[in-house]
Write a protein that binds this ligand. Structure first.
Ligand code: NAD
Ligand code: FE2
Length: 375
């Protein structure tokens, strides 16, 4: 028996941030990206909720650490907040999620609202958080339904200031979520519907959002694509693109979306058996990838050829947005990789996203993908 429930209240469209006014008069803690603290969005959100600057925690670093979560927990407890409002990219929302979980463990249930300012992680609707354990040199994905935000506010106007490179990385994170969810072990017709619409919107709008960051249409469609991909993967699961991205992100300090973007063409090729003679013709995921290619308007032929076109389309999109093809181009040397290789493979195999991948890889296969992304 399967169950599909959505307990999240959604507000969307230009000006949707005004929905925060409902919290006026309540004890609110705002967990915000430092940019949001500086560019006036934090202040106007605080104004809407009738709270002052002292209610804003903006000591957020990209890829939140255990220490940052502990620091933020203290802040929220000292404020005796009953509502936590996260405003920022995945790093701010994930920090707030981890805080919500820790406080739940102490018997304190906070109402939780998430306001994304990047179109990428879909964290505003997922049940997971990614926290970096710097001492152990790894990123850990924790899933728990208690972390799904009670309320999500998708106000695409907040994403108009996102710099070009971040637009590219976060947008490729969206495409990775949708494609991984589409072929994941737990995919079903409901998650496929979300993934398909997300892919259509992301392939149709990401490059435009990258070129023209102030385009209402492109930003709005990317924000929806991000949300829909989040819905798809929180129910269907992800795959080894994320497992390896978590491991190389922690090892070499590579932004999450950029790591996914570099890995994704290689993971699609691996999952669909492109390396193996006639592999693609027998692979159910290859048929699914070919369907995804058709949906986003890539020319179609036989299954194998269509998946090859999809791989090329992903490489072209990366290239157009100046995302490098290899880790070498990011300054990772052969010696760095040699030193970290075994640890990365081990972390990727143990990552909770691996179980959802349509093909269960062995260490040698992960190693081969690493060799390819090294260049
Ligand atoms: N919980 C999930 O479901 C999930 C899914 C995927 C990734 N993640 C995690 O999310 C994190 C990445 O999140 P992200 O990709 O959104 O990046 P991010 O939150 O780290 O932000 C990236 C950069 O963009 C800046 N920024 C954010 N909003 C901006 C705005 N409106 N204008 C200008 N600059 C802005 C930030 O200051 C930062 O420098 C990683 O830790 C990743 O592992 C979580
Ligand atoms: Fe992601």
């Amino acid at each position: 028996m399967e169950n599909f429930s959505l307990n999240s209240n959604l507000y969307f469209g230009a000006g949707a941030i005004d929905a925060l006014a409902a919290f006026n008069g309540k004890r609110v803690a705002i967990v915000a990206d430092p940019i949001i603290g500086k560019n006036g969005i934090g202040d106007s959100a605080a104004g809407l909720m009738g709270c002052g600057k002292n209610a804003i925690f903006d000591r957020i670093e990209p890829d939140p650490s255990l220490e940052q979560v502990a620091d933020c927990c203290r802040f929220v407890e000292e404020l005796r907040a009953e509502i936590i409002v996260a405003i920022g990219g995945g790093s701010a929302i994930d920090t707030a999620k981890a805080v919500v979980l820790v406080l739940c463990g102490k018997g304190k249930k906070l109402y939780f609202a998430a306001v994304p300012t990047t179109a990428g992680t879909g964290s505003e609707v997922t049940d997971c958080t990614v926290v970096s354990d710097h001492a152990a040199g790894r990123k850990v994905l924790i899933s728990d339904p208690r972390m799904v935000p009670d309320m999500a506010v998708l106000d695409y106007t907040l994403t108009k200031t996102v710099p070009k490179a971040v637009t590219a990385f976060t947008g490729m994170d969206v495409i990775t979520h949708a494609l991984e969810a589409y072929v994941a072990n737990k995919a079903n017709s409901i998650t496929d519907a979300y993934a398909e619409k997300s892919l259509r919107l992301a392939f149709g709008n990401l490059y435009e959002a990258y070129l023209h960051g102030d385009s209402d249409t492109a930003r709005e469609n990317m924000m929806m694509a991000s949300y829909l991909a989040g819905l798809a993967f929180t129910k269907a699961g992800l795959g080894i693109c994320h497992s390896i991205a978590h491991a190389i992100g922690a090892a070499f300090n590579i932004p999450h979306g950029e790591a996914n973007a570099i890995l994704l063409p290689h993971v699609v090729a691996f999952n669909s058996g492109l390396d193996v003679p006639f592999g693609a013709d027998k692979s159910p995921s290859a048929a699914k990838y070919a369907e995804a290619a058709r949906i986003v308007g890539i020319p179609v032929g036989g299954t194998r050829l269509t998946v090859q076109y999809l791989v090329r389309a992903l490489e072209d999109l990366n290239n157009k947005m100046s995302i490098p093809r290899t880790l070498m181009q990011l300054g990772v040397s052969a010696a760095d990789m040699k030193e970290r290789r075994a640890g990365i493979i081990d972390a990727a195999l143990k990552d909770s996203c691996t179980a959802a991948n349509p093909v269960q890889p062995d260490a040698g296969q992960i190693g081969k993908i690493l060799d390819r992304v090294m260049g």
